[in-house]
Design a protein around this ligand. Structure first.
Ligand code: ZN
Length: 285
């Protein structure tokens, strides 16, 4: 959860709670902000999220009630080709269909491909749900990912900002086109080449342990439709799915601010997505 309400209905976002925590201010009593829920929640500073207090539960219709939502998404999205049931409420999600569609590419004609549109919508719903959970467990217990004959672990498919380096490594190590989902916070929109706009997410800064070396992992989405990318505003959390590409890494050096004998080297690793279908991006909030 990225926000909650105080007992008087004031909205509190994670960023504000973090600031208060850092300034050692008292945190307000927090409740779930989903209409009609009001479950008792708390800010967990170590992990930077809002979670249920011990023993509290979301109401059945609450937007944060992940198990109930998952059942609804699976019931609505069941399709023998894409999301066949495995029994006992479990399902298999076949990524090969999507991989092939993404390789063929989009264009407006295929935007009207109804089964594919349904698959992408179901996947986006599952990914949003996964983003709202604190780990893979709930989804992994109910939905088995499969790419052709191979089972794919959720941890090799879904990456949060803290694991952008793992996503980058996996792309580099793979010879096949692996569909992957990354979640990020929009940092900027930039038109860097004619006809293309990039949506850039807050990067991951990797502590390498090497003195004066900094590694960054940048995640960007490129598309010709600037208005569409702008519809994901700065600060919003987005989930981005598809066939990612490693961009060219760049290295920059600058003098150490206080020690002239030292040079700080920053290496930026890039991950880019060129969506064929607009459903490959979804707003989490
Ligand atoms: Zn709730």
């Amino acid at each position: 959860m990225r926000r909650a309400v105080g007992t008087h209905g004031t909205l509190h976002r994670i960023e504000d709670l973090q600031k208060r925590h850092d300034a050692k201010q008292t945190l307000p009593t927090l409740l779930c902000d989903s209409p009609g829920c009001g479950a008792s929640v708390k800010f967990v500073a170590e992990h930077g999220y809002i979670a249920l207090t011990k023993g509290a539960e979301h109401q059945p219709g609450c937007r944060y009630n992940a198990p109930a939502h998952l059942q609804a998404v699976l019931a609505a999205g069941t399709d023998p080709d894409f999301l066949p049931p495995l029994g006992e409420g479990k399902h298999e999600l076949r990524l090969l269909l999507l991989q092939q569609a993404l390789k063929r590419g989009g264009g407006e004609r295929q935007q009207t491909d109804l089964p594919l549109d349904g698959y992408l919508r179901t996947l986006a719903d599952l990914l949003i749900l996964r983003t709202m959970c604190e780990g893979d467990d709930l989804l992994a217990a109910q939905v088995t990912l499969r790419l052709g004959k191979k089972k794919v672990d959720w941890e090799n498919f879904f990456y949060t900002q803290e694991r952008y380096d793992a996503a980058w490594e996996r792309l580099g190590a793979s010879t096949t086109d692996l569909p992957m989902a990354l979640v990020g916070t929009v940092r900027s929109h930039r038109a860097s080449q004619p006809g293309t706009v990039f949506l850039n997410c807050a990067p991951k800064y990797q502590h390498t342990g090497v003195t004066d070396r900094r590694d960054f992992y940048e995640v960007s989405v490129g598309h010709a439709d600037s208005a569409w990318l702008q519809s994901f505003p700065v600060g919003a959390e987005v989930v981005m799915f598809g066939l990612w590409r490693q961009g060219k890494s760049s290295t920059a050096s600058r003098p150490h601010p206080t020690d002239t004998r030292r040079t700080i080297t920053s290496i930026t690793h890039k991950l880019a997505l060129w969506p064929s279908f607009k459903r490959q991006l979804a707003l989490v909030d």
